[in-house]
Design a protein around this ligand. Structure first.
Ligand SMILES: Cc1cc2nc3c(=O)[nH]c(=O)nc-3n(C[C@H](O)[C@H](O)[C@H](O)COP(=O)(O)OP(=O)(O)OC[C@H]3O[C@@H](n4cnc5c(N)ncnc54)[C@H](O)[C@@H]3O)c2cc1C
Length: 387
């Protein structure tokens, strides 16, 4: 029995747990893996030259193709600015932030800490919460509401887990791209949270919207499912089909356009083992060995020298964009727009923030901003029921 049960151990879940603890409530967190959050390289905060909250809102709405919930986007962008006070994002010698400009952003906006903000933030939160959160390893397979509490059924292959009872629940189970046979997500990300929320009457939106990563390794087998960075395209890398022909002359095309171009080559019978060549041999060696040292090392460990030979890649499902309907307080909504008492959700399990296309870097911002809001909202349920 605890005040708040968090389902999911990615950044949205841990961020919610952090807010619950800060509010003085008890919290248990159950997770069956670490999800995608450790892979977040960078996230958007509008603190660079020429940037503003308004520009960030405009870019996000434009990228979503008219399908974003403007109220959620407003919260995302306004609250994101506070992250700059909370996290020591990398800076240049002159004190300005080190930033990159993801596709769809009008100005450089993506900040990080040593290119690993996801892993860094997770480690920081877990360190600060050591001993304050009951962490349970397992998969929540059912969630029932009765009286003023929820009961979660948890299964774990190793040991028997008793049902968990809480006054409020935060669903933070991430997306569902792990369901696809070929994706860059771990298999435990299969949309469980959506089913759990729906079983309690939640509405969902945009379940057909999935963002593809265009360049995910197909071979060698050990690297299958690992994305290869696309920014190499701006530094001399190119795509080639089975005939050795270069395609996609526009190196600034967005990820959707690149994915479609690759898919067209494969479907026309000009693919290689279900993918295409991603050829980085045109990138100056010193750039490959410094900026892309991780990629060079990862392939070298499998006997592939990418300074001399191309990689085989194909587009793969990367982020699910739709999900559980929430309001700006992360309350889970029914189809009639009313909130389900005590039930909250945050992160990739939710829909409405990204619309039909996610701005690169917005998922990291989303999990930190909405994870905290979900935890704060869930903690208030306890206060209401106590008074
Ligand atoms: C390779 C890669 C790189 C990325 N890089 C970036 C980036 O640089 N910037 C950016 O903005 N976005 C990036 N993204 C997207 C971003 O990582 C995700 O959208 C974000 O991490 C989602 O966080 P989350 O907390 O909602 O879910 P996750 O971090 O995926 O966590 C979900 C958690 O729920 C658990 N879970 C699932 N089902 C159950 C269940 N039934 N019971 C118990 N636990 C359950 C999982 O085990 C996991 O602990 C990247 C994605 C990938 C795949």
């Amino acid at each position: 029995m605890c005040d708040v049960l968090v389902v999911g151990g990615g950044l949205a879940g841990w961020r919610a747990a952090e807010a619950v603890v800060a509010a003085g409530c008890s919290v248990a967190l159950v997770a069956n893996g670490s999800g995608n959050s450790p892979d977040i390289h960078a996230l958007n905060v509008p603190v660079g030259p020429g940037d503003s909250v308004e520009l960030f809102i405009a870019d996000t709405l434009k990228s979503g193709g008219g399908a974003c919930d403007p109220a959620l986007v407003e919260v995302l962008c306004r609250e994101s600015v506070k992250l700059a006070d909370e996290f020591p994002f990398d800076r240049n010698d002159d004190g300005s932030y080190k930033m990159i400009q993801p596709l769809g952003c009008s100005v450089p906006r993506c900040v990080s800490i040593d290119h690993k903000i996801g892993a860094w933030a997770l480690a920081k939160i877990k360190r600060a919460l050591a001993g304050k959160v009951e962490v349970v390893k397992g998969r929540v397979t059912a969630l029932e509401a009765g009286g003023s509490q929820f009961t979660a059924t948890v299964s774990d292959a190793q040991e028997r887990v008793p049902p968990m009872v809480a006054r409020a629940v935060v669903i933070a189970t991430g997306g569902w791209c792990g369901k696809y046979a070929f994706s860059d997500n771990p298999p435990e990300l299969r949309g469980d949270g959506i089913a759990l929320a729906q079983s309690l009457g939640a509405a969902v939106c945009d379940l057909d919207a999935v963002q593809y990563e265009p360049t995910v390794a197909i071979a060698p087998e050990r690297l299958r499912g690992i994305p290869v960075i696309t920014t190499m395209l701006h530094e001399g890398a190119t795509f080639r089909n089975r005939l050795g022909e270069e395609f996609l002359p526009d190196k600034h095309a967005n990820k959707d356009a690149i994915s479609r171009a690759i898919r067209a080559e494969i479907e026309a019978g000009r693919g290689i083992d279900g993918g295409v060549w991603y050829d980085a041999t045109g990138v100056p060696r010193e750039i490959l060995e410094t900026r892309y040292a991780d990629t060079v090392r990862r392939y070298a460990a499998c006997g592939v020298d990418i300074t001399r030979e191309p990689m085989v890649v194909a587009p793969a499902p990367h982020t699910s964009l739709g999900g559980v309907a929430i309001d700006a307080h992360c309350r889970v909504l029914r189809a009639d727009g009313t909130p389900i008492p005590g039930l909250f959700a945050a992160g990739e399990v939710t829909g409405g923030v990204h619309g039909r296309n996610r701005l690169g870097g917005n998922a990291g911002t989303e999990v930190l901003v909405f994870g905290r809001i979900a935890g704060e909202s869930a903690a208030q349920v306890r206060e209401f029921s106590c008074t």
